[in-house]
Design a protein around this ligand. Structure first.
Ligand SMILES: Cc1cc2nc3c(=O)[nH]c(=O)nc-3n(C[C@H](O)[C@H](O)[C@H](O)COP(=O)(O)OP(=O)(O)OC[C@H]3O[C@@H](n4cnc5c(N)ncnc54)[C@H](O)[C@@H]3O)c2cc1C
Length: 344
């Protein structure tokens, strides 16, 4: 019988992030699939009211919270102390939490303090055989491992985008406050503020329905002389903003930008998709002017529907890597597509 603790830190407005709601959805499902399992919700944050409403109806036997100004910011010492107090109060055997940067930093320390074990970036849970098994990917999402663990407590940090979010219900939860006295030595780290790019410069959008990938072809000499890098930039920016797409890139294109060539000003290595880049999760993907070589396409593992536009009918996408390949000039296609999107 597992005693499950869903653990989350709230956002600055007291709400739960999408990743936290996904972890709660996974905890509820795991609990309902196990005989005699119990669920406790544990919250850490300056405010928690919106989280109590969002987690409503989840069937938790208890809701415990460590609240207050000291727990509003991401700081290893205060987060680890709060998580330890919550775990101690409910004696959970399993902890399910979102793999946020805040928890990826603090919860390995929790595992050490309670002589438990931790697995991060978990992408699937299965208890159908009676024993809990979890999955996670290794080596840039090329190999998947199925793991089980006899040591308890077992802390699982769940990858975002891999579980269905808890949709909410009623009644809202009521929290029991757990008090944690922080010595000054646990408050030495001060968070002075956040630095984020302006909203229109933010091109990586993990929650977008579509991933738009630009390849080095956008910068190559084109048959029509007016189709240059400046025009490519306008077309790509136009599509990204009207389709609210996330922007990915091939390695060749971001390497060009890094070599000081004025190519696409808004592109950086953070946009790179592939073996040495990222492996984003989106329902759809559109690749443009990108050849579709294996080290790039391996980053498309979690894109459900794949389409590509390439002048070359023999490009990598044509070899079973895309659902649809448009053999066409991406400058022309994107110009037309942007026109249609502008008309609504
Ligand atoms: C160890 C290793 C790791 C790597 N990791 C990665 C990685 O993480 N991510 C990654 O992307 N790559 C990675 N690579 C590099 C990868 O193998 C390719 O070199 C790279 O993906 C090629 O980028 P590209 O397709 O944009 O450019 P190119 O190969 O230059 O292809 C450009 C494409 O644009 C098309 N094109 C040109 N003009 C137009 C037009 N007007 N309309 C339509 N199509 C047009 C051309 O037909 C061509 O297919 C890695 C390589 C190695 C060896």
């Amino acid at each position: 019988m597992e005693n499950i603790l869903f653990l989350a830190h709230t956002e600055s407005d007291g709400s739960l992030s999408k990743a936290a709601l996904e972890a709660l959805g996974a905890a509820v499902e795991l609990c309902s699939g196990q005989k005699n399992a119990t669920l406790t919700v544990g919250l850490i944050g300056e405010q928690i009211d919106a989280a109590l409403t969002a987690a409503g109806g989840c069937g938790a036997a208890r809701c415990l919270a460590v609240c207050g100004e000291d727990f509003g910011v991401s700081r290893y010492a205060s987060d680890a102390a709060a998580a330890e107090a919550l775990l101690g109060a409910c004696k959970a055997s399993l902890v399910l939490a979102p793999a946020s940067s805040r928890f990826c930093r603090a919860l390995p320390g929790l595992a050490q303090r309670v002589s438990g074990r931790i697995d991060t970036q978990v992408s699937a849970l299965d208890s159908s055989s009676g024993e809990l098994r979890v999955q996670r990917w290794f080596y840039r999402q090329r190999m998947v491992a199925t793991l089980s663990q006899s040591q308890r407590p077992w802390i699982l940090l769940l990858s975002s985008g891999a579980f269905s979010p808890w949709q909410g219900g009623s009644p809202a939860l009521k929290a029991e406050q757990i008090s944690v006295e922080l010595p000054d030595t646990c408050k030495r780290t001060k968070v002075e503020g956040f630095q984020a790019p302006p909203a229109d410069a933010q091109t990586i959008r993990p929650d977008a329905k579509i991933l738009f990938v630009a390849g080095a072809g956008w910068t190559k000499k084109q048959a029509a002389p007016e189709n240059d890098a400046k025009k490519a930039e306008t077309l790509i920016r136009g599509f990204i903003s009207s389709a609210k797409a996330s922007l990915g890139s091939s390695k060749s294109l971001v390497d060009l930008s890094a070599q000081g060539q004025e190519v696409l000003s808004f592109m950086s290595h953070l946009n790179q998709v592939g073996q040495t880049g990222s492996t984003p999760r989106h329902p759809k993907g559109l690749s443009t002017c990108c050849h579709g070589e294996e080290p790039h396409v391996v980053g498309w593992r979690f894109i459900s529907e794949r389409r590509a536009i390439n002048l070359d009918a023999g490009c990598g996408w044509a070899h079973g890597k895309a659902d649809v390949l448009y053999v066409a000039d991406a400058f022309e296609v994107m110009e037309k597509l942007n026109e249609l999107l502008a008309k609504g």
